[in-house]
Design a protein around this ligand. Structure first.
Ligand code: SF4
Length: 482
């Protein structure tokens, strides 16, 4: 994979022949189930286990859409499924080990019913050593498919159902598959991918190797899907990309993320827009202006900083300094004083000294995040950082991690307290997972808000008055229709 071909012509969408080919395989699979009477209540179940990020959740919705098109019913019960798909993550060693252990557990379903078909997708299988491991050590896995070949699921399944050879080829495909069917678990929240891949090659990150080069979807395709989502009742739409704010750079027609966001926000309907993930070096004044001018765009910005030390940022190949990063924070807060900022931080990056770590603690004090996703550095095979000297001993990283959490939890609680006494417009999302008499919703901030209410509120906007704040959530009472 050539890391230098960052400038490309407009992305190659699947050809009509490629689409038709998969449509034929899908029809064959559906026909197989029909002719065997496996329809309606007897339709075979498809269970999808998803690991990792929002992009993987969106990809799993495409897998579920394809499975439904082939006559499967989506089930949350792996034991009753005839098709089991595992959508893996490779962001940290731990994520891969978890996926492999779960795949191992699925062996007894295959032992119990040889008709069960197990397929593995996602970032982990794009790595040759993992693909080989699945081929040789997991003989009950029928096929793998990488992040760029979800659209080949009909062909892979058709071959497996006909007792064909197991499939372990990794095409590293980078075509964009437009128009794939999508099966969503909820109607009121939706993922909307605007681009795939990443050209940044942060030295610790596996994503550019597992998801390929940046390729943006055409704006018309995105706007058409946004209209469909709004028409189908989506109230909270998240625009997805590994680095959304470099959207359009590969299209060569002047498209950019700020103009895309403006165009989607201009669509009719009562909905709100979120987006993730942004790279600090690509946050433009135009993007900040579009956000501040559009009420539909939530006052939340996820801006991964990773470290507060310029030395470590350089070793990470992040291409900004702590000072430049804080200038962006200041610009965001100037335009939207009450914006919720969240971030990602890596503790224990190779070469991190006590002074480097203190610089990260200073960043937390300066940036005042509502929430931080923090991780202890995990070497990823094939990334430059994994080969770097001065790997930090685990006990040192763990001690630093604990101190960082303690500081950030205090900041988060203080930030959450600013909401107490305010009335906030939230989307009622689900029954609270800890108290079934409560509903959990979200305002602009990704912070969950719990309030007494009935399930019929789910999917509606509700005004709630914040009564108290905790470190990780807010409590409220209904204040009337929104
Ligand atoms: S910008 Fe994000 S996805 Fe891209 S290489 Fe860096 S950390 Fe990975």
């Amino acid at each position: 994979m050539d890391r230098n071909d960052s400038r490309r012509t407009a992305p190659k969408e699947l050809s009509a022949d490629q689409v038709e080919r998969q449509r034929c395989f899908a029809a064959q699979v559906a026909q197989m189930h029909q002719s065997a009477g496996r329809t309606g209540e007897n339709a075979p179940g498809c269970f999808i286990q998803t690991f990792g990020c929002q992009q993987n959740e969106a990809d799993s919705e495409q897998m579920a859409g394809l499975a439904s098109m082939m006559g499967y019913r989506i089930t949350a019960d792996a034991a009753s499924a005839k098709l089991i798909l595992v959508n893996t993550c490779a962001i940290r060693e731990h994520a891969e080990k978890k996926a492999l252990s779960v795949i191992g557990q699925f062996k007894h379903y295959k032992d119990a019913d040889p008709e069960v078909i197990i397929g593995v997708g996602g970032c982990m299988v794009t790595q040759q050593h993992r693909a080989d491991q699945l081929k040789h050590s997991y003989p009950y896995v029928s096929f793998i498919f990488d992040t760029g070949s979800i659209h080949t699921l009909p062909e892979l399944l058709c071959a497996a159902l006909q007792g064909g050879k197991r499939h372990f080829h990794i095409p590293h495909a980078e075509d964009i598959a437009e128009g794939l069917p999508i099966h969503r678990e909820t109607s009121h929240k939706a993922w909307l991918s605007v681009m795939y891949g990443c050209n940044n090659f942060c030295s610790y990150c596996i994503v550019p190797y597992t998801r390929g080069r940046e390729r943006s979807r055409m704006p018309d395709a995105i706007l058409a899907q946004a209209k469909e989502l709004i028409a189908s009742g989506a109230k909270d739409i998240t625009l997805l990309g590994q680095n959304v704010n470099s959207y359009g750079k590969d299209l060569g027609g002047g498209e950019n993320f700020a103009s895309l966001l403006r165009d989607i926000a201009a669509l009719d309907g009562d909905f709100r827009l979120r987006f993730m993930t942004s790279h600090p070096k690509d946050v433009s004044p135009e993007l900040i202006a579009v956000m501040s001018e559009n009420e539909k765009i939530v006052r939340h910005f996820h801006l991964p900083v990773q470290s507060g030390s310029d030395g470590i940022l350089k070793r990470m190949n992040r291409r900004y300094t702590a000072e430049k990063y804080l200038q962006t924070v200041t610009a965001l807060r100037k335009a939207m004083p009450d914006i919720s900022l969240t971030s990602d931080i890596i503790v224990g990056f190779p070469g991190e000294t006590d002074a480097d770590f203190e610089a990260t603690m200073d960043m937390l004090r300066a940036a005042q995040y509502d929430m931080v996703f923090s991780f202890i550095y995990s070497p990823r095979k094939g990334t430059p950082a994994a080969e770097m000297p001065d790997q930090i001993p685990h006990e040192v990283s763990t001690e630093r991690f604990a101190r960082l959490l303690e500081l950030q939890n205090a900041v988060s609680l203080a930030r959450n307290n600013r909401f107490v006494g305010r009335t906030v417009r939230v989307l009622a999302e689900e029954v609270s997972r800890t108290d079934e008499t409560k509903i959990t919703g979200r305002g602009d901030s990704p912070r969950p808000i719990h309030f007494s209410g009935t399930p019929d509120l789910i999917g509606d906007f509700v005004n709630v008055k914040i009564t108290s704040a905790d470190t990780f959530s807010l409590n409220a009472e209904i204040a009337g229709e929104a």
